[in-house]
Design a protein. Structure first.
Length: 500
């Protein structure tokens, strides 16, 4: 769907030719285009004369050249002040191009963005990413289906030879990551009555049915009881839906002893349990399995990209409900790793299921690195809002890598503290630890709680409660699930592989 090429001197056939115009620079862009494609510039000349186009960010104007048979339309897109160009803005511009393409049903699109931009390859990548995102919608539960978008090809044109460097493999990577993001969004968007732990497990099996490099294993309720996942079972016991632990193993062709485990919080609905939540916005708790969805998305992308490290996804899947058999505040439960936990608030359930899953992952797989994605606390939303996930890690190297990957990928992270002094807040009168800390610093005490269940492994925890769904003011993110995770992970992976 994406290609690149040097600008042909004559005979460019295009349904849509896109020209990027920096603020107040239409004249330059016009002269540039005239020098390379003199046949189609008349309508631009007229816009220039009328001073109708300022080149402000995302300003856009569709023009129709007189000679319809070769270049049928020209789209001018403003990208504002040149010094302000960032990947994030180029993604939004790409998104806009994609939306225009689908509105006018253009099949073959040419994009010129090298008239002013310096880091061309990076710009091409970001625009392509935005175009990919423009194709997403979640209509599974709408009776009226939208028309399927037609397949379009986008060709990035340049006069510079350098455009060829790496782009092919970059496009392949973008497409593979997008597949993972789509799966992450789709799973997270499904409401809880259509996505119980059992259905999640079925969906995961279906997704990888014909994928040779990925094996799925499931522990059901009975097996979980045998293996003493008591914390996980305690969260599930108030619900009529049985819990399960879903294990996804991506194995590279050449076996690799270095493993990365990715654990994703899979609470298919979080009512809070006996410590029940207030009713306002409780519907959003269907997204409380966005970490699990990201885990599935990452394994999907891996199955296409085939990285050299073995990746293991682990999803503790439960529904958190009040009920006659539900776990109650004050109950004390023994975790998979033997520590006793006093449950003081049944709404702090994510850390309980993650505790057992992390301890199990460490014991069974002995990974070099363990990562978890979890919509864990309201506190991280209070601290960082919806633009950044909270990152907690015991490794400075890993922290640096993910900071870079966050900036590059657009799935932003902010490093949060794991100071030992916060652990005191989790002391319990009757058990080894309590499942909640004090009133303040809730995202940090939640992370400190998890730390009890990893061993000496490198570990990084992402609290994605703010970033997983309904992020405001980012054009290219849909409402509902954002698909946070896969692009962060795969932007970091190569660097991580070097230090493991
Ligand atoms: N799933 C919630 C966290 C959450 C809150 C996600 C808002 C998305 C948006 C989690 O299980 C929870 O309820 N956490 C409690 C912990 C508290 C009881 C210590 C919270 O953050 O309020
Ligand atoms: Zn909760
Ligand atoms: Zn929760």
């Amino acid at each position: 769907m994406f290609t690149y090429s040097l600008i042909p001197k004559v005979g460019l056939k295009s349904d849509l030719l896109v020209l990027f115009v920096p603020e107040k620079a239409l004249k330059n862009s016009f002269e540039y285009l005239e020098s390379i494609l003199p046949d189609y510039t008349i309508p631009i000349k007229r816009v220039l004369d009328h001073k109708d186009f300022k080149g402000e960010l995302k300003e856009n104007l569709l023009l129709y050249p007189a000679k319809d048979n070769i270049v049928r339309r020209i789209l001018l897109i403003g990208y504002g002040k040149l010094e302000k160009i960032e990947s994030e803005k180029l993604r939004e511009i790409g998104f806009l191009i994609g939306k225009k393409q689908s509105a006018i049903k253009a099949k073959n699109i040419h994009i010129i963005l090298d008239n002013e931009l310096s880091n061309l390859n990076n710009a091409v990548k970001s625009v392509a990413e935005g175009i990919l995102y423009s194709g997403y919608s979640f209509n599974e539960f709408k009776s009226e289906k939208k028309d399927k978008n037609i397949q379009a090809t986008y060709c990035f044109l340049s006069i510079k030879e350098e455009i060829k460097n790496n782009l092919k493999s970059e496009f392949r990577k973008l497409l593979a990551i997008n597949e993972g993001i789509i799966i992450t969004r789709n799973l997270a968007n499904i409401p809880s009555n259509h996505l119980t732990p059992r259905i999640l497990q079925k969906n995961v099996k279906n997704l990888f049915r014909d994928v040779k490099s990925v094996k799925i294993e499931v522990l059901n309720k009975t097996q979980l009881a045998e293996k003493k996942f008591r914390l996980l079972l305690s969260v599930a016991q108030g619900s009529k839906q049985d819990p399960s632990l879903i294990i996804l193993r991506y194995q590279p062709e050449k076996s690799n002893t270095k493993k990365i485990v990715i654990v994703g919080k899979g609470v298919t609905f979080d009512s809070g349990g006996i410590s029940i939540k207030p009713s306002a916005n409780m519907d959003e708790m269907k997204f409380d399995m966005a970490g699990a969805a990201a885990t599935v998305g990452i394994i999907k992308t891996a199955s296409i990209l085939k990285p050299k490290t073995e990746l293991i996804g682990i999803i503790p899947a439960v529904e958190n409900m009040p009920g006659g058999n539900a776990v109650k505040p004050g109950d004390i439960i023994k975790a998979y790793n033997g520590k006793t936990v006093e449950i003081l608030n049944t709404d702090a359930e994510g850390r309980l299921i993650l505790a057992d899953a992390l301890a199990y992952a460490v014991k069974r797989f002995k990974p070099k690195l363990i990562i978890d994605f979890a919509t864990l606390t309201g506190s991280i939303v209070a601290a960082l809002g919806d633009k950044m996930a909270g990152m907690f890690t015991n490794s400075d190297e890993i922290s640096d890598i993910f900071k870079r990957a966050g900036n590059l990928s657009g799935d932003q992270v902010w490093a949060m503290p794991l100071l030992d002094s916060y652990s005191k807040l989790l002391e319990s009168k009757y058990a080894d630890i309590a499942n909640i800390g004090g009133k303040w610093g809730g995202a940090i005490t939640a992370a400190k709680f998890l730390e009890n269940f990893i061993s000496t492994n490198k570990w990084v925890h992402f609290d994605i409660a703010g970033t997983a769904n309904d992020v405001k003011n980012v054009d290219y993110l849909p409402s509902g699930a954002t698909g946070y995770g896969p692009r962060l992970f795969f932007t970091a992976l190569e660097e991580i592989e070097q230090i493991l």
